[in-house]
Design a protein around this ligand. Structure first.
Ligand SMILES: Cc1cc2nc3c(=O)[nH]c(=O)nc-3n(C[C@H](O)[C@H](O)[C@H](O)COP(=O)(O)OP(=O)(O)OC[C@H]3O[C@@H](n4cnc5c(N)ncnc54)[C@H](O)[C@@H]3O)c2cc1C
Length: 411
């Protein structure tokens, strides 16, 4: 009997981790890892942080070198798109004209940036940030720019503004909504970050979108805002969100709904096709239902869970969601489902740039958001997972060591 072939579509964090896990778990069949980008799988978080500031180089973001994949017999097909899943699963049709026939397909196609539909958005000097090549192109122009205008103060936009502030003489940050970081954080935390950006010298303009981008000789020169202001600028970064890359799945008749729908074993609606990472929407008991999480943690761990499930050794993937963002000297982390709450407890003080906000429901912690308090987050994640009841007053007491609560119980 011939050994099976497993094909993975999308060669970034989720795809790379899944391929490596298949080998680590002893799978001795053929593994084909197909990715549209020219780089081997890499980590995206440094792209808006240290890499943009020039503190890290491209290769340092790679999970492994291309040679490593060859050494463990993973066929990397880089710079190659899967154009179509052929009818009746007869194979994957690749952009280089070849076809890969597989016994099991894992879709890790991730997400792509949402484009801004305004006049001038195609001028030179207008960028989006998703890929390593995007980040390298922005970095090259950043130090020479007199003003960077960032459109959108979500996590990517806010991180780029904070990183650019170190290397660029002037940074403007436009946010169409009421506060930076959108719905991911409470209004209190949004206001905290608005103050931080302004204190550091970023020109943050709230309730302000882009009406038009104007250029000269094909290159960006100014941004006209929806409030009628004109900002002289020579570099623009647009960060207005992403959409799940579901088109292959849609065309193949796999169930999607803001992402490819999977169960806790990462199985899609079609046998022998799984999905994981940013593209997948999965049931998560700690997040209040089906969620599509664009988190490093999910891309890494759900993909590993998917690989084990493909080998018949799967365990249900349930993990307390966890995300971080670094802006200036502030490390923000959140975990669980902070919005599911009937009471919040604050520890620490925003004025000291060190605080955490714990969300409780029925005296059990459901979520945590912390700035410069990673230990609180780690301990709270254990309490979320165990569902241990806690006394809110004990929790609020600065003298309480949350790590002890998470090992001995909350009362
Ligand atoms: C700038 C930036 C900073 C971030 N910072 C943080 C952070 O601080 N903390 C955090 O928790 N998360 C962060 N994230 C999110 C995290 O990086 C993502 O959740 C993670 O990269 C998702 O990995 P993925 O493999 O699922 O998808 P992706 O990284 O999107 O990879 C999908 C890959 O599939 C390829 N592909 C798509 N369609 C096809 C096709 N048809 N054929 C072949 N290949 C295809 C794409 O080209 C891409 O390379 C950040 C993301 C970005 C962009």
């Amino acid at each position: 009997m011939s050994t099976p072939t497993y094909a993975i579509v999308g060669a970034n964090l989720a795809g790379g981790r899944a391929a490596l896990t298949l080998r680590d778990e002893g799978f001795d069949g053929r593994i084909v890892l197909i990715g549209a980008e020219p780089h081997p799988p890499y980590e995206r978080p440094p792209l808006s942080k240290d890499l943009l500031k020039g503190h890290r180089e491209a290769e340092s973001t790679y999970l492994h070198t291309e040679d490593y994949y060859a050494a463990v017999d993973i066929e990397l097909r880089l710079g190659t798109r899967v154009e179509r899943i052929a009818p009746r699963w007869s194979g994957l049709e690749l952009s280089d004209g070849t076809t890969v026939t597989a016994d099991h397909v894992l879709l890790t196609t991730g997400a792509r940036v949402r484009r801004l539909d305004v006049l001038g958005a195609d001028l030179d000097g207008v960028h989006y940030l998703r890929t390593l090549d995007d980040a390298l192109a922005i970095r090259e122009q950043l130090s020479a720019a007199t003003n960077l205008t960032v459109v959108g103060a979500g996590f990517i936009g806010a991180e780029v503004a904070a990183s650019a502030w170190e290397v660029c003489s002037s940074v403007t940050l436009l946010e169409a909504g009421d506060l930076p970081l959108g719905r991911a954080v409470s209004a209190e935390v949004g206001r905290f970050y608005a103050d931080i950006h302004r204190d550091r010298g970023v020109d943050l303009r709230i309730g302000t979108g882009v009406a038009e981008i104007q250029g000269e000789h094909g290159r960006v020169r100014r941004v006209v805002t929806t409030t009628g202001d004109v900002i002289e600028t020579d570099l623009v970064l647009i960060g207005v969100g992403t959409t799940a890359a579901t088109e292959l799945a849609d065309e193949a008749g796999i169930a999607t709904d803001n992402g490819i729908l999977v169960d806790e074993f990462c199985r899609t609606s079609i046998p022998n096709v799984s999905a994981a990472g940013d593209v997948a929407r999965h049931p998560n008991r700690y997040a209040g239902g089906h969620v599509r999480l664009e988190h490093w943690q999910t891309a890494q761990n759900q993909a590993m869970a998917a690989a084990r499930a493909m080998l018949g050794r799967g365990e249900p993937y349930h993990e307390v969601p966890w995300f971080w963002s670094d802006q200036y000297d502030l490390n923000l982390q959140y975990a669980g489902h902070p919005a599911a709450t009937d009471r919040t407890v604050r520890r620490g003080d925003p004025d000291d740039l060190s605080f955490s906000i714990l969300s409780l429901r029925d005296n059990k912690i459901t979520g945590v958001l912390a700035v410069n308090r990673p230990r609180d987050v780690r301990a709270a994640m254990k309490l979320i997972e165990s569902g241990t009841p806690v006394d809110p007053d004990v929790l609020a007491d600065a003298a309480t060591d949350l790590r002890k609560l998470s090992t001995i119980g909350g009362r």
